[in-house]
Design a protein around this ligand. Structure first.
Ligand SMILES: [Zn+2]
Length: 296
């Protein structure tokens, strides 16, 4: 097939498909319930099939984003999660792979609807520093876009993310940090030493519940806060795979990288080793790790 014919075919297909893609809004099709989208489940190690950590919890048409690692807004776009539906971001902690996509998530939401209020970013201590840094880094870009499109299209008042910091009362390890439209969000401490603070979140909505662990090792407070939940999304790494990468780094003479990979083992939970995993019944369909889960 000639190059010009291929180009014409591609343009014809794009012309046909684009209006459908631009108006797609799967969140609007979801019934009233608690819905979970695994947007990113990867690590800082490069992986073409997994973005960095990002979970979307959807209730009553609003999207609550837990962490926004690099690539989050691009994957949300591919999943057709409309950025204007994002009601808030909740941070578990401030490792780079959990914050790298914040600027882009905010930008995509900000430019999508001039009537939206500024994006709330709710998190434990540290959120003001992180969000202050992002706001400063994007200040020039914000001014270019307002100058180019005009304040009627791009609202300069809502460019900057608004940090909402919370802490736990003395002796407490959980706290309700958000209650709106029937959704209750409880933050609770988990263990990811030496990083401090690190939290997980429990979402309760209309008798259904989902828990996002954040990065953690085995943690009793996570178990306590996950009681009766319909779904637990738990941090885990594959020791088998990590050991292979460590060995390869050692053989390549990359001693610092080998040490970093070895250190990583002590602050994440581990997935069951392959031979101890129960076989999946043939009747159970395979489910993609990047997908929606619905609870009604
Ligand atoms: Zn971490």
């Amino acid at each position: 097939m000639g190059k010009s014919l291929r180009s014409r075919l591609a343009l014809t297909l794009i012309k046909k498909k684009l209006p459908e893609l631009m108006s797609a809004d799967p969140v609007a099709q979801m019934g009233d319930g608690l819905h979970i989208a695994v947007v990113g489940s990867g690590s800082p190690l490069p992986d073409p099939k997994r973005g960095n950590p990002c979970i979307c919890v959807i209730a009553r048409g609003k999207v609550y984003v837990v962490d926004a690692g690099e690539g989050s807004s691009q994957t949300m776009n591919r999943m057709r999660i409309a950025p204007e539906r994002i009601a808030a971001v909740l941070m578990t902690h401030y490792h780079s792979d959990h914050i790298g996509g914040l600027g882009s998530v905010n930008l995509m939401r900000w430019v999508s609807d001039a009537s939206l209020p500024a994006l709330r970013v709710i998190g434990p201590p540290g959120v003001e520093q992180v969000i202050g840094g992002f706001n400063q880094a994007y200040e020039l870009d914000d001014s270019y876009r307002v100058g180019h499109h005009g304040p009627g299209i791009i609202n300069p008042e809502s460019a900057r993310m608004v940090p909402a910091e919370y802490s736990f009362p003395e002796g407490e390890r959980s706290k309700v940090v958000l209650e709106e439209d029937g959704l209750k969000v409880t933050a609770f401490t988990v263990e990811h030493p030496p990083v401090e603070p690190v939290v997980g979140y429990r979402f309760d909505y209309q008798g259904r519940s989902a828990v996002v662990s954040g990065d953690t090792i085995y943690c009793q407070n996570l178990i306590d806060n996950s009681k009766g939940a319909d779904l637990l999304l738990h941090d885990a790494l594959s020791i088998e795979l990590l050991n292979l990468v460590e060995d390869a780094a050692g053989k390549a003479g990359l001693s610092a990288r080998k040490q970093i990979l070895t250190d990583v083992e002590d602050y994440h939970a581990t997935a069951p080793r392959r031979q101890t995993q129960p076989a999946r019944p043939a009747s159970e369909p395979w489910r993609s790790p990047t997908s929606f889960r619905h609870f009604r």
